[in-house]
Design a protein around this ligand. Structure first.
Ligand SMILES: [Zn+2]
Length: 384
């Protein structure tokens, strides 16, 4: 989307130090650039590693060590004041390094301790509010509010509902008959697992900070609101109400904008996304194509019924079909929205990643609602 890579902004982005405009630009670029995304994952890994270091080495004895080191230093300093000795060459060469190293150790211990306390403070439990009935945390009921810690399950029965505050980045409403837990919460990632049931997420963090694992795919938030439903067979249905969500499993990814939905299935991963106002025939044929080996027949129905806005579906299909079928999809898509400059028929048919990305960036404008389209335009102007 924005020609230039955003590598140098990624660290600040991961730490939430960018302005809203900058954040939007980086987020948007990450959505379409695998290279920068890879780098972002590495940066997040580095930050997480740094988080783990102090948290693994901060026993109570750390305080004792800091205190005794400081006490020793104070004592030797006092001795120095009370009975100043004439500095001789030998004293200088012996004591200065010793004093410096004691100071260094105290400083390092102090930094370690501060880091550990900081990491602890950024890893709190999430607040849960009871909305109806008697939801439970770790099989125990709670009053009006409860605390959900990493690894503990929040469960609702047929009559109960709850609302979870996701760190300080959003809210998740948990519908009846749902089982959900926190997998991870930290500076660089908040991740839940939805084993079954339904949740509604509203997230206002930078994209790719909030994830929901389901049995058949991972939903990565790209700045949005959505509903995610998992049935007993592990299939899920994602419906996006604002922004974008990416559904991922291995290398297979579906980008789902507001107004669109996507099904996922164990063993297959995310299906092809489609707009909820698309013709019924299209949605039904797509489901057959994705999950019932519908093949050329169902693909034909999809192509026949596609409207210009269903370029969302067609673009995703390009990399999910082969040979003559890919040519058919290409031609249908190109008839609705010709590929932008620099994107060739040969490149697309050969699944050139950069060309597919450029075409998607062009198409995204058609997928967005008017309000989001203007926000994007504003970002672009800011960053030209
Ligand atoms: Zn990039």
């Amino acid at each position: 989307m924005f020609g230039r890579h955003v590598t140098k902004f990624l660290s600040a982005y991961a730490h939430g130090e960018l302005s809203a405009g900058e954040t939007g630009r980086v987020a948007s670029h990450l959505g379409s650039c695998a290279r920068c995304r890879e780098e972002f994952e590495e940066i997040k890994l580095g930050i997480r590693f740094a988080e783990c270091l102090p948290s693994a080495s901060a026993p109570d004895s750390l305080w004792d060590a800091v205190e005794s080191t400081l006490a020793r230093q104070t004592a030797s300093a006092k001795r120095g004041r009370v009975a100043p000795l004439p500095p001789t060459r030998s004293r200088l060469s012996f004591n200065w390094p010793r004093l410096a190293s004691a100071g260094t150790i105290a400083l390092l211990l102090f930094i370690g301790l501060a880091g550990w306390l900081y990491v602890r403070s950024t890893r709190p439990a999430w607040e849960v509010e009871r909305l109806a009935g008697a939801p439970s945390i770790d099989s125990a009921r709670f009053g009006a509010t409860g605390r959900l810690r990493v690894g503990k399950w929040l469960e609702t029965d047929a009559e109960s509902r709850a609302q979870v505050e996701v760190a300080n980045i959003g809210q998740v409403e948990v519908e009846p008959n749902t089982r959900v837990r926190i997998v991870e919460t930290g500076l660089t990632e908040h991740r839940m697992e939805l084993a079954r049931g339904t949740l509604h997420a509203r997230i206002w963090a930078p994209p790719r900070l909030f994830f929901v694992n389901t049995p058949s795919a991972v939903a990565a938030d790209l700045g949005c609101a959505y509903t995610l439903e998992v049935d007993d067979a592990g299939r899920s249905l994602l419906r996006v109400t604002s922004g974008f969500v990416a559904l991922e499993r291995g290398t297979r990814e579906s980008i789902v904008p507001a107004g669109a939905a996507c099904l996922t299935q164990p063993g297959v991963g995310p299906g092809t996304p489609f707009f909820e106002d698309a013709p019924e025939e299209l949605a039904a044929a797509l489901s057959r194509f994705d999950f019932e080996a519908g093949g050329a027949e169902s693909l034909g129905v999809v192509l026949e019924n596609a409207r210009a806005r269903d370029s969302l579906t067609l673009w995703h299909l390009l990399s999910r079909v082969e040979g003559a079928e890919r040519v058919r999809v290409y031609e249908r898509l190109a008839a609705f929205a010709p590929p932008p400059e620099g994107v060739t028929r040969e490149g697309v048919l050969g699944l050139d990643a950069a060309m597919l990305g450029d075409w998607k960036d062009r198409l995204e404008d058609d997928w967005l609602h008017e309000d989001l389209r203007s926000v994007r335009k504003a970002w672009r102007k800011l960053w030209k």
